[in-house]
Structure formats: structure tokens, C-alpha cells
Design a protein around this ligand. Structure first.
Ligand SMILES: [Ca+2]
Length: 290
């Protein structure tokens, strides 16, 4: 028994030291422990051999489950497409044999009601710093406004992600770099980001991924014009980043899982890069929208 515990402990240590820092997270995402490694160099740590209590529980909709977050109580979460939650496994391990796969938005903000909220049906809570208002069924951003979907903190998007939105750029803003959507943290660009470079008048699409312990980035730029509605799509399929603007497509190669971020998804500003104009029809899919 002692030998077995020693072996298990050593295996866990080796898994960490070999850079296998991605931990399964209730079968729906991954927690990147390299960003929260509390173990300083030279400090020994102990791994318990007691199984952790299950921190998720069934939801009445079997394609979902509830995850306990200290301070936020039980929060609903979606299982990956084609899977159902299993209380026995404490994860989305069951295959949904009846499912006909359709790529549906996990997050949908259409700004069509008085309150700015997620109308995907997944009840993702949207924070508003009070400076984003609905105006003629679109979100008006004055450079200080930001919407936040904190649910995406530390969640992995894996190798399948599509983000679509439309924007109308008005003149002005304190920053020449204005964020439409991003999970940037500090001065570090988002691992998922669509921003405007006002100096070059370009939309900048960014994805940051991780292959093993190596971080890689792809950036694709497309021109835009102020004062017109512009439709954009950012898609990543595990090998290619696709940036589409009003039907015009550019691509860049990239591999690996999209990097996790502590931040949630921010809309309209991130780290002082405030957007001035209108944003509408924000969709986020954990699948490929062809
Ligand atoms: Ca709208």
C-alpha cells in the first residue's frame, strides 16, 4: 500500500514536472495550473491521496451541470457538445446518442431588451460597469464602458471556438487600441481577442495557444471603415485562425489549445483599451460555425 501511494505521488509529481500542467475540469474544460502554481522553486509539497469531493452536481437539463464556486454558490455550466453529465463520474462522461450536432452559441448578447443579458438560454451572467447602455437595439460604448462574462475565467476553449459580432466605430476614444472583445490580463493581449488599431485602421484578430509548454500566437489584420456597421468573425479550429470581415477571409496557422486566462471575457474594453462606438450581436460558440 505504501509503495502504491508512493508511486501515485511520484506519478503526479512527474506529470507536473514534465509540463503536463493541464488538469481536467469536470470534463468541460481545463484548469491551467501553470498560471497558479503556488509551489515556489525548491519548496516540497504534499499531494493528498484522499479523493477530492465532487464539486459539481446534476442540473435538471442533462446537457448541463452545476459547479460550486466559493462566493458565487452553484453556477450552471454546459457540458461539451454531445455529452451528458454523469453524477457517478462527477463529469460530462455520458455520450448523448440522440444528439444531432448543431453549432449553437453558448453566449449571445443581442442588446434587444432593456437589460443587457445573455439570450442564448444558458443564463450566463453579464456584468456591466454601468457605462454600457442599449441604444436602438445595440450596445453603446463611450470608451469607459465594459461588459464582462466572468464565467469564462480559467475556462479553456480548447481547439474549437467561434466569435462573431458586428460593430460601428464612432470617432474618438482615449486609446488608439480599442477592444471589441478580449480576455486580456494586464498588458497581455487576450488569448481570444478582436480589437481595433486606429492608427492603421485595422481590425486585429488574435488567438494565443499552448503546445505543450510553448505559448504561440497568431495575429490576423483586416482593414475597417469608421461610421459603418461591420460584421466580423474569429474562428479557431486547432490548426488555423480564420478572421472574416464582411465575408472577406484571411487566415493564419496556429496549433494547440487556446490558453486559459484568469479574466473572463470583456466586451468594449480591456486594460484601459476602451472602444467608442456600438457593438451588437455578440455570439461565442465552442464549435466551428461554418
Ligand atoms: Ca441588436
Amino acid at each position: 500500500m505504501t509503495r502504491l501511494l508512493t508511486f501515485l505521488t511520484m506519478s503526479a509529481l512527474l506529470a507536473v514536472t514534465k509540463g503536463q500542467s493541464q488538469m481536467d475540469f469536470a470534463g468541460t474544460g481545463q484548469l491551467d495550473i501553470s498560471q497558479i502554481n503556488p509551489f515556489g522553486s525548491g519548496i516540497m509539497f504534499m499531494l493528498t491521496t484522499t479523493q477530492n469531493p465532487c464539486q459539481s452536481r446534476p442540473h435538471h437539463e442533462k446537457h448541463m451541470y452545476e459547479h460550486f464556486i466559493p462566493g458565487f454558490d452553484w453556477q450552471p455550466r454546459l457540458c461539451p457538445p454531445g455529452t451528458l453529465y454523469s453524477a457517478e463520474a462527477c463529469a460530462c462522461h455520458n455520450i448523448d446518442l440522440r444528439q444531432v450536432f448543431v453549432c449553437r452559441p453558448e453566449l449571445l448578447i443581442d442588446f434587444n431588451s432593456d437589460t443587457i443579458d445573455d439570450s442564448s438560454g444558458n443564463h450566463i451572467s453579464i456584468g456591466n460597469n454601468g457605462n454600457v447602455v442599449n441604444f436602438q437595439n445595440a450596445g453603446r460604448f463611450d470608451g469607459t464602458g465594459v461588459l464582462a462574462a466572468f464565467q469564462y475565467s480559467k475556462q479553456s476553449f480548447g481547439t474549437k471556438l467561434t466569435v462573431t459580432l458586428r460593430f460601428y466605430k464612432s470617432t474618438g476614444g482615449a486609446s488608439n487600441d480599442q477592444v471589441l472583445i478580449s480576455n486580456c490580463i494586464g498588458g497581455r493581449f487576450g488569448s481570444v481577442e478582436i480589437a481595433l488599431d486606429l492608427q492603421t485602421k485595422e481590425i486585429v484578430f488574435r488567438i494565443e495557444s499552448r503546445v505543450g509548454s510553448i505559448t504561440e500566437q497568431a495575429e490576423v489584420r483586416q482593414p475597417f471603415t469608421e461610421g459603418v456597421w461591420t460584421n466580423v468573425k474569429l474562428m479557431y479550429d486547432g490548426s488555423t485562425v480564420t478572421a472574416e470581415v464582411d465575408g472577406s477571409t484571411k487566415t493564419a496557422p496556429l496549433q494547440g489549445n487556446i490558453n486559459t486566462r484568469y479574466n473572463g471575457i470583456m466586451i468594449g474594453s480591456c486594460h484601459g483599451r476602451g472602444f467608442v462606438g456600438y457593438i451588437d450581436d455578440v455570439h461565442l460558440y465552442r464549435c466551428l460555425l461554418k
